[in-house]
Design a protein around this ligand. Structure first.
Ligand code: SF4
Length: 291
């Protein structure tokens, strides 16, 4: 399989070698378990069926899941194995199947979801660094898009994620996702069945960028749900980016939330500062993995 499925367009044969995402053609996973720390309409009481893919096509320096995204800790899983993993999570009561960091497997997932569509909503939980052509393959197969919008400045995107084109790529990706799933539906318990939530992780010393991101979202997607994330926790060697080597302050977070409210944005999820703790990083111990 010659891979150009994400904006990196490595043009490598993933059967023989790997590209930027360090991932072979077969699925590689590090954990599949109920997860309770997503937005309330995603996790609910029962939990979200989070399936963590190894490797990453973005590779942020500050990634909290470094051992799977950069070091590619994972186990190879067949198509049948992945379907069994989905079924196990549904049996455990998962509100949805939450594909965490799936971008570098989007084409393979489109093929699999055409064969087997889970009986609960499928969530596509990604960095936003997506190709629109690939996203079109997921039209009708993904029920909920949960993309990040990380950077609006290309210099920051280059410095933190080696992706200078992130802002324009992510903007186009959000437009495609909104086209597919801009209309939101909830069940009687407030659990999202269809829709989109745009996530933004506020980084230390970067709140002015956060405000510009809110301006963009408010103008382009006035009805979108937005999740303002306070959970940034420095946990890798950040000597190259010392400004990121701390948690955000309450003042920084409040500045961003207040700005959103002043814009009149009323579909906002906010997070407690206590979420910025390593204890919320899952154990990538292959829980729930079936080969
Ligand atoms: S999915 Fe991986 S191999 Fe394919 S283009 Fe993207 S980074 Fe390169």
């Amino acid at each position: 399989m010659i891979c150009n499925q994400c904006p990196r367009k490595c043009n490598v044969d993933r059967i023989r070698t790997t590209g930027y995402c360090k991932s072979p053609e077969e699925f590689r996973l590090s954990r599949a378990a109920l997860h309770f720390w997503e937005e309330p309409c995603i996790s609910g009481k029962n939990g979200s069926g989070a399936v963590f893919f190894s490797g990453c096509n973005l590779g942020c320096l500050f990634c909290q899941n470094y051992e799977i995204s950069h070091e590619n800790k994972g186990m190879t899983v067949s198509d049948d194995g992945l379907i069994k993993i989905f079924e196990n999570l549904i049996e455990q009561g998962a509100n949805n199947i939450n594909l965490v960091n799936p971008t570098h497997y989007a084409v393979q997932l489109a093929t699999l979801l055409k064969k087997y569509k889970p009986s609960v909503p499928v969530v596509y939980n990604s960095s936003g660094y997506e190709s629109t052509e690939t996203l079109k393959m997921l039209d009708g197969l993904v029920d909920i898009y949960l993309p990040d919008f990380k950077y609006i400045r290309s210099d920051k995107a280059l410095k933190y994620s080696r992706a200078e084109d992130y802002p324009e790529v992510a903007m186009r990706a959000l437009e495609e996702m909104y086209l597919q799933r801009g209309k939101t539906e909830f069940d009687e318990n407030g659990i999202m069945k269809k829709g989109m939530i745009i996530r933004h992780l506020i980084l230390p010393s970067n709140t002015n960028s956060s405000l510009k991101i809110l301006d963009f979202i408010n103008e382009k997607f006035p009805n979108a749900y937005v999740s303002l994330m306070a959970q940034y926790t420095p946990c890798n060697d950040l000597s190259a980016v010392p400004e990121l080597d701390r948690k955000i302050t309450e003042r920084e977070y409040n500045k961003v939330v207040d700005y959103a409210l002043n814009l009149g944005m009323d579909k906002i999820f906010i997070q407690s500062g206590e979420s910025a703790d390593e204890k919320f990083i899952p154990d990538f111990d292959f829980t729930g993995i079936i080969k």
